[in-house]
Unconditional design. Structure first.
Length: 290
């Protein structure tokens, strides 16, 4: 261990005390205090001297520091302005780090990539995410189709399992389909609560999402496809026909039945039983009736 590492209990407590920093639950602040875990996350993220890293929520800089040692450049978005002077001190030795004091959900990440990471032939998002907004962060970045090669991020274990779920499993829903449309997800490690200050109330896991060059399937209209997917899950225990009747107001019930028949999906099926490919066929059939 490097004597300067931020991610130890003593160093973290020292930094928090020095700045009289009070952890904000509302921002999902759970700081990592284990360098081994951080190194494993960085190993899984496959970064090297050619990689530009985007980090979300550097906190006091514990992960940022380990990323900076291996990557070409690290751009870290931190919403909490009281962490900015702390990061200026803890990361002062790493000239390849830039902190942006912004909400990641409001940030223009595309322009940032063009300005800051144009020299990087490989771009990765690596983060210990704020759990209260994991889904919007991931979906917002994926939907923008940014030139990001992969994501290696810590999140609530339950959400990670959802992203990796398959048809007819409890975890499978519209979020699973959206993530698998753009990426290949894999849980790479489970992380115990004991490596955080404060300890989160939920279990954690690190997930890797490898961006696909092209979405897993071709659809006539992506927006409509996602509308059909979301609509099919609005009430999990209802049949796909009942859910679609309720969610696709622009299509009459007979046409919904006809489309289901055309793609060989019995109207009594539940959304959770359908593969992404079946959803694609169904949405391409349904759109003909809009
Ligand atoms: N990376 C640090 C670590 O591993 O110790 C801190 C991780 S902590 C789980 C989440 C971090 O995300 C906090 O620093 C929090 O202030 C920041 N954060 C919360 N909401 C954010 C947002 N909308 N945009 C950017 N950062 C955010």
């Amino acid at each position: 261990m490097d004597k300067k590492d931020i991610a130890t209990v003593s160093k973290t407590v020292e930094i928090l005390k020095k700045y009289d920093f009070h952890i904000k639950k509302a921002y999902g602040q759970n700081f990592l205090i284990d360098v081994n875990i951080l190194n494993k996350i960085v190993d899984h993220s496959d970064i090297d001297i050619n990689t530009g890293v985007i980090e979300i929520g550097p906190g006091i800089g514990s992960l940022t520091e380990q990323l900076a040692k291996r990557a070409k450049k690290v751009i870290a978005y931190e919403i909490d302005k009281s962490l900015i002077p702390i990061l200026a001190e803890t990361l002062q030795d790493y000239k390849n780090v830039k902190i942006i004091n912004e909400d990641i959900l409001q940030a223009d990440v595309k322009s940032m990539i063009n300005e800051e990471l144009q020299a990087c032939c490989d771009i990765a998002v690596v983060a210990n995410l704020p759990y209260y907004i994991t889904t919007p962060i991931i979906m917002n970045l994926l939907e923008q189709r940014l030139p990001i090669n992969r994501y290696c991020v810590m999140m609530q274990k339950e959400v990670a399992q959802r992203l990796c779920g398959g048809p007819s499993t409890k975890a499978y829903n519209s979020l699973t389909i959206a993530v698998q449309y753009y990426t290949i997800p894999k849980i790479v490690m489970n992380v115990p609560n004991s490596v955080f200050i404060p300890r989160p109330a939920v279990d954690s896991a690190v997930i890797k999402l490898l961006s696909r060059d092209e979405p897993i399937i071709n659809v006539l209209d992506e927006q409509f496809f996602f509308k059909v997917v979301r609509g099919s899950f609005i009430q999990r225990r209802k049949t796909i026909y009942n859910n679609l009747k309720q969610s696709l107001h622009e299509i009459n019930h007979e046409d919904i039945l006809m489309a289901l028949k055309k793609v060989n999906i019995p109207p009594v099926t539940r959304g959770e039983a359908l593969t992404i490919q079946q959803f694609a066929m169904l949405s391409d059939e349904l759109i003909k009736h809009t």
